[in-house]
Design a protein around this ligand. Structure first.
Ligand code: PLP
Length: 362
């Protein structure tokens, strides 16, 4: 059995350190916004090269709070990709704005910057690029368009923790960056968690209030906020894993490159455009024989999955709003893409086994 992500092996490797740190935090009993959350915020701000890092309850909340703090409101249009997890568009809905889906680049699967300007109207106030599967979107082009049209840029970094463009971390380039610490993400905790980054003091001040009932000073509420705090016990785990994130991402890259070398004659391996460092949250390939390959892998107890089988503009929830638009590249990629197991501890022997099964299927 080879899973998509092997959280058990990783926990076993870190068990002594994690167990001890959790016991210590249990003894401290400062469970909400305690010392580990504060330290984690300082440590991630330093690692990501941003002025402010504000922990919250999930990646979805990070996007929602970021949009609110950036002033995106009802009636606004937000340009994003349809080839992403639903949370990107949910957050846009939460603030009453409307998603405007732009097609993707056929090789990187990220939003195609050449198509953004045509989608801008007088209602457009923001762009949410998603660094999909761990590969940074073309931020130079996106930031130039945003500057020209005075738009906010909110980076969805849920899949790109530690990915950089010329030593600038994703989440430090746009106005706000949003991370998820869902267990299977490159930096994952043991429950839900999220983080919002910004270099803008006013946005940071809003975010601090929004995540904690609109309050700067206890029992003084300035705005309607939320209960969206990172749990202290999750912060304990994240601090331990943050120390190893470079090593984890290097392990993912090593595994991905070994896969691509072995698979290049059998399918279309993921494409690295060289704009930034791909941290391989997913190893996603294209094949017209996807169904055969996935059936063969499943029969041999090797996990595989389609991220994402239905682009957002074709989801039932959005059928009324977007059912009539077509995004040819997105739809083609969604019909041929599939993802193979990838995690830092994946061995070359495991990859060899996976490659053999794929070879026998095509
Ligand atoms: C995981 C993910 C999210 C949501 O994060 P949660 O922590 O699960 O709420 C948002 N956007 C993308 C692209 C994701 O992959």
């Amino acid at each position: 059995m080879i899973p998509m992500v092997d959280l058990k092996t990783q926990y076993h490797n870190l068990k002594d350190e994690i167990d001890q740190a959790i016991l210590e935090a249990l003894g401290n009993t400062q469970f909400i916004l305690g010392p580990n959350v504060q330290s984690f915020e300082k440590e991630t701000a330093a690692y990501l090269g941003v002025k402010h890092a504000i922990a919250c309850a999930s990646g979805t909340d990070a996007l929602h709070l970021a949009l609110r703090a950036a002033g995106i409101k009802a009636g606004d249009e937000v340009i994003t990709t349809s080839f992403t997890f639903i949370a990107t568009a949910e957050a846009i809905e939460y603030v009453g704005a409307k998603s405007v889906f732009v097609d993707i680049d056929p090789k990187t699967f990220n939003i195609d910057p050449a198509l953004i300007e045509a989608a801008i109207t007088d209602k457009t106030t923001a762009i949410i690029p998603v660094h999909l599967f761990g590969q940074p979107a073309d931020m130079d082009s996106i930031m130039a368009i945003a500057k020209k049209h005075n738009l906010k840029v909110i980076e969805d970094c849920a899949q790109s923790f530690g990915a950089d463009i010329n030593a600038n971390m994703t989440s430090s380039i746009g106005d706000v960056g949003c991370h998820s610490f869902f267990p299977s993400k490159n930096l994952g905790c043991y429950g839900d968690g999220g983080l919002i980054t910004t270099n803008d003091d006013a946005i940071a001040e809003q975010l601090l209030m929004l995540r904690n009932h609109g309050s700067k000073l206890r029992y003084h509420h300035d705005i309607i906020g939320y209960n969206s705090r990172l749990d202290e016990l999750q912060a304990v785990i994240l601090r331990i894993k943050l120390k190893r994130i470079q090593e984890f991402n290097a392990g993912r890259r090593r595994a991905a490159h070994y896969y691509s070398e072995s698979l290049k004659d059998l399918l279309t391996p993921p494409f690295e455009d060289g704009i930034g460092t791909h941290v391989y949250h997913q190893y996603t390939a294209l094949s017209s024989q996807r169904d055969n390959i996935m059936q063969a892998l499943t029969a041999k107890n090797i996990a595989c999955a389609v991220y994402y089988p239905i682009p957002l503009h074709q989801q039932k929830v959005f059928a009324d709003q977007y059912g009539k638009i077509t995004l040819p590249v997105t739809e083609k990629v969604a019909s041929e893409c599939f993802s193979l197991p990838i995690f830092p501890e994946l061995t070359t022997a495991q990859i060899d086994r996976i490659v053999e099964v794929i070879r026998s299927a095509v």
